[in-house]
Design a protein around this ligand. Sequence first.
Ligand code: SAM
Length: 173
Amino acid sequence: RIVILRIGHRPERDQRVTTHVGLTARALGAQGMYLAADDKGVVESITDVVSRWGGTFFIEDKVSWKRCIADWKAAGGKVVHLTMYGINLPDAIGGIREVDGDLLVIVGAEKVPGEIYGLADFNVAVTNQPHSEISSLAIFLDQFAEGRELNLEFKDAHIIVHPCPLGKRTEER
Ligand code: SAM
C-alpha cells in the first residue's frame, strides 16, 4: 500500500498542482492522499474523478503532517520523502522495494520543514536536479512498480477509455 502525504500546500496558488499530485498518485497505483492543508476544492476535484473514473483512491485534507507521520510509523509503515537532496533513485529503489509494509510518500510544495528529512526512512531524489512534485512522484511510482501500474484497471468506473490510435473512444456505464 502506498499513500501520499502532500505538505506545504498553499490554497491560493497550489490547487492545480496538488490536484495533479493526487490524480497522478491515483492513476499510477497509490491508494490515497493525505493533504496537510484545508482545501475543499482539491478534495472535491479528486472525489469527482474517483466517482466517475472508478477505484477506491481516498483524499483527506486538514491532516497534521507530524501526526500523520507518527501514526504511519507507529503502525509499522515506512516513510519516503521525495527531495532533490536525497539519494538518487537508482541507488535507493532497491532498498525501498524490499520494505515489507506500507509506504507513505511525502512531497512538498515550496520549502519543506527541515524536520521531515530526519523523520523520513528514505530521502530519495529523482535526479539531484530541481523539478516538480508531480514528475518526481510519477517516476518514483513507475520505478517502484516496475511499470506494472501502467496496466491498472479501476473498479466501478462510469467512464472508460477504449484506446485507439486516432480520435477518442469512451464508454459510459
Ligand atoms: N526547493 C524546495 C525545497 O528545498 O524543499 C522544493 C521545491 S519543489 C518545486 C517541490 C517538491 O517537488 C519538493 O518538495 C519535492 O517533493 C519535489 N521535487 C522536486 N525536485 C525533485 C527531485 N529532483 N527529486 C525528488 N523530488 C523532487
